[in-house]
Design a protein around this ligand. Structure first.
Ligand code: TXA
Ligand code: MG
Length: 298
């Protein structure tokens, strides 16, 4: 706690992926996060809170947010909301952003910290910019070596991919798909939600084309592989062998999402030169998985 308060950064578990956390009200912390991640300054950070009471100081609450908060929080969803002029959240962009991304992570350890501190946590995924997000404490250590002094081990991140990002400053828009899918959100809000079009102005820089990359050429929608390639599969038709890495034998998309980044890292450690990936159904959580695969293969 003292560590965070003094402006230092800490590796923390969340239910989605591990984060690199710092005091969102401290310029020193926020600068440190950008520097460690080698993150472009134009890519803003998600600010993490314990609950809605604590967020009210920093953003303007609206009715859609309230509905979604009651239903899904704490949980793997991030809301883009208008920021209050009085907020102390550090904004790093030269042209100041008028919005803040806020999230209420659902992980015991993370929540116990958020509950007792009197500032929110700026917390991007704990990886070097454009690398694969970490899903356990060891992954974080691999990314930053000795550059961060404290990483809290909270076990494997259950969700395994980053939160859904939804822009609520106007008509709701999904900026980054996640396990809370647009299908679920549409059903719940009883409205049609559009994903941001590929060619529109980049709204969420996590939408940069190349991202989440294991650093190995990756080919999607493949049916066959060669003995020198790693083959990422889905469903029971593929047996595991030294080349095949099955994301979910039961064709369960949630399970596949939770295994995705661990599989990338495993394949990288084994020094495969190419990764082939079978076609993954493009509905529900499959949309989020395909989004990450596409960026990883770019
Ligand atoms: O699951 C998660 O969201 C994880 C865990 C650690 O909470 N965090 C995470 O943070 O994925 P990061 O920094 O890796 O991704 C944040 C995404 C980026 O795509 C960023 O551009 C977008 O959120 N974002 C942040 N602030 C924004 C804003 N004001 N408007 C639009 N997009 C924003
Ligand atoms: Mg990230």
């Amino acid at each position: 706690m003292a560590y965070l308060k003094s402006g230092d950064v800490v590796g923390l578990p969340t239910e989605t992926v591990y984060g690199l956390a710092g005091n969102a009200y401290s310029k020193k912390s926020v600068n440190k996060i950008y520097k460690l991640k080698k993150r472009p300054k134009k890519n803003p950070l998600i600010i993490h809170y314990y609950n809605i009471e604590k967020v009210k100081k920093d953003v303007v609450i609206n009715s859609t947010f309230l509905k979604l908060y009651k239903k899904f929080c704490p949980g793997p969803i991030t809301f883009i909301l208008k920021k209050k002029p009085s907020t102390k959240v550090v904004s790093i962009k030269k042209k100041k952003l008028k919005t803040i991304a806020v999230r209420f992570p659902n992980h015991k350890v993370c929540r116990s910290i958020l509950k007792i501190i009197d500032f929110p946590l700026a917390m991007p995924s704990a990886n070097l910019s454009s690398n694969v997000s970490p899903v356990n404490a060891e992954n974080v250590a691999d990314e930053f070596q000795k550059k961060i002094k404290i990483i809290i081990n909270g076990g494997k991140s259950k969700v395994g991919i980053e939160s859904t990002v939804i822009d609520l400053t106007g008509k709701p828009k999904i900026l980054r798909p996640g396990i809370i899918s647009s299908e679920i959100l549409e059903k719940f809000l009883k409205i049609k939600i559009n994903a941001v079009k590929k060619d529109s102005k980049v709204r969420s820089p996590g939408m940069f084309k190349r991202h989440y990359s294991p650093g190995i050429p990756m080919f999607l929608n493949q049916h066959k592989y060669n003995k020198d390639h790693a083959f990422i599969t889905f469903g029971k038709i593929f047996r595991n062998n030294k080349n095949c890495f099955n994301l979910s034998k039961n064709s369960n998309l949630r399970e596949a999402a939770s295994n995705l980044y661990g599989t990338f890292r495993k394949i990288k450690k084994l020094k495969f030169k190419k990764i082939y990936v079978v076609k993954i159904p493009n509905k529900g959580i499959g949309i989020a998985i395909n989004d990450r695969l596409k960026r990883a293969s770019y």
